[in-house]
Design a protein around this ligand. Structure first.
Ligand SMILES: C[S@@+](CC[C@H](N)C(=O)[O-])C[C@H]1O[C@@H](n2cnc3c(N)ncnc32)[C@H](O)[C@@H]1O
Ligand code: SF4
Ligand code: SF4
Length: 420
């Protein structure tokens, strides 16, 4: 074998070795609290981001490209449309940009340091939009996307779909209408489903994020109608997001409406006034995951249930007075809380939530295989699986304001004997 071929072969073998073995072991090491303390939160964050972009992203894309799609889903998609890739931009903590949720559609359109217009019209962005237009939806995860599993995509010939397709054909570079900002993981809590320790960006990192917002995000928001903060950390727990919210509410974006996803611990009357939120927020989603103080203390580590209830009462006032248009509560379904699902719907009613969202706990790099097996209640091998399936029959869960997300999809797949 010539030397160059030999070197290439060895190189490929090494990459394969690293790809198969190192990330899992390395990630286990990375989440160890002692290692965390030694290296420092921001360096850990950068390293985790590098591993995610280098290895985990490829795996998510591979799983997506190899997914088995049944004929009924294929037929369904041929007649449907999704506007997200034509109107939405989402940022991530690893510095990438997407045109939908990165779990539902794991192909990025570029990096956040790309000039704004170039990023929005990148080749990857065009390919994704084409896959919606040709009805293949091949970059979308048919397991994770709730619009596909829940069959809620609009028909391709609906007037809004036709208008969006026409607009794209006439001006393909039109900037996003909606942004989801998830580039800072800073949060006041450390829910075990999400992270192994509290993460707060240090002042240097915050400054870099503030600069990124000025350079890339604010120019991309010129034509936007709404911005969602955040799927990564907490809008009130992150200094960067608090700065950004103040900046957006300072008068330069009078049409822009905010949508907030928060653990709700810091969302009180004081924050509402300090961040000048009055008249600016259309939607609030509070992730709660529990109906009792004892479960809450575990699944929302660092949170105080009493404080949450007080803030939920404040949110109920905002909703009933019409100050916000929509209020939703969400639960990540897992072994620790599945029995509280029916009560969670009642909690939503008590606090005037328009909708209750359930989503199955997703595997994250922070879990060991054993931890995930223990938490993932959707497996028929789980000792409490029968009790889980029985709970799902509760009448509360069949109410029209309940979004059961991918929970039933997992059960359906398990019953069909498919891998979950
Ligand atoms: C990462 S949080 C960021 C927003 C905010 N801090 C909050 O908790 O609502 C976004 C959503 O992800 C959910 N989440 C956390 N860990 C998850 C997991 N392992 N699987 C699925 N969803 C998860 C949270 O409950 C929340 O609804
Ligand atoms: S993943 Fe779902 S929501 Fe996202 S673009 Fe595809 S169909 Fe639309
Ligand atoms: S509150 Fe949200 S961002 Fe913070 S740790 Fe919990 S799930 Fe993660």
């Amino acid at each position: 074998m010539p030397e160059t071929e030999h070197t290439a072969w060895l190189g490929a073998l090494l990459v394969d070795f690293v790809d198969r073995l190192v990330p899992k072991r390395l990630l286990r090491l990375l989440v160890h609290p002692k290692f965390h303390a030694l290296v420092g939160a921001d360096r850990m964050e950068a390293l985790g981001g590098w591993i995610d972009n280098k290895f985990m992203l490829k795996r998510r894309q591979k799983r997506c490209s190899e997914q088995q799609i049944d004929q009924s889903t294929k037929d369904y998609l041929k007649s449907r449309f999704c506007a997200n890739p034509f109107r939405e931009l989402e940022t991530t903590p690893t510095g990438l940009a997407y045109v939908c949720c990165p779990i539902w559609l794991p192909t990025p359109i570029g990096t956040l340091d790309t000039p704004p217009e170039q990023l929005w019209s990148s080749d990857a962005a065009k390919r994704i939009r084409e896959s919606i237009l040709d009805g293949s939806f091949k970059y979308c995860s048919h397991l994770h996307c709730p619009a596909i599993t829940g069959r809620t995509l609009p028909p391709r010939d609906a007037p809004e779909s036709v208008a969006m397709i026409k607009q794209y054909e006439e001006s393909p570079a039109k900037l996003p209408e909606h942004l989801v900002l998830s580039h800072d993981k800073s949060c006041n809590l450390s829910c075990p489903s999400c992270r192994s320790a509290v993460y707060m960006a240090d002042s240097r990192k915050q400054e870099r994020l503030d600069q990124l917002a000025e350079r890339t995000l604010l120019p991309l928001m010129r034509g936007a109608k709404s911005v969602m903060i955040t799927g990564s950390g907490d809008p009130f727990g992150s200094k960067h997001f608090r700065n950004l919210i103040k900046r957006l509410n300072g008068g330069d974006f009078p049409q822009l409406r905010l949508e907030l996803i928060s653990n709700g611990q810091l969302l009180d009357r004081r924050a509402w006034s300090e961040l000048n939120l009055r008249g600016r927020v259309s939607y609030v989603q509070i992730s709660i995951d529990a109906t009792t103080a004892s479960t809450y203390a575990i699944v929302r580590r660092g949170g105080d249930f009493k404080r949450l209830l007080k803030n939920l009462a404040f949110l109920r006032d905002l909703r009933t007075s019409g100050e916000i248009e929509r209020l939703e509560f969400s639960m990540v379904v897992q072994t620790l809380n599945f029995r509280e699902m029916p009560g969670f719907v009642r909690l939503g009613e008590e606090f005037a939530a328009d909708s209750i969202i359930f989503n199955m706990i997703r595997q994250r790099d922070i879990f060991s295989r054993e931890e995930y097996v223990e938490a993932f209640i959707g497996s028929p091998d789980h000792p409490e699986y029968d009790a889980f399936v029985e709970t799902l029959k509760a009448p509360e869960l069949a109410q029209p304001n309940v979004q059961i997300g991918n929970v039933l999809e997992y059960v359906k797949r398990a019953q069909a004997g498919a891998a979950v």
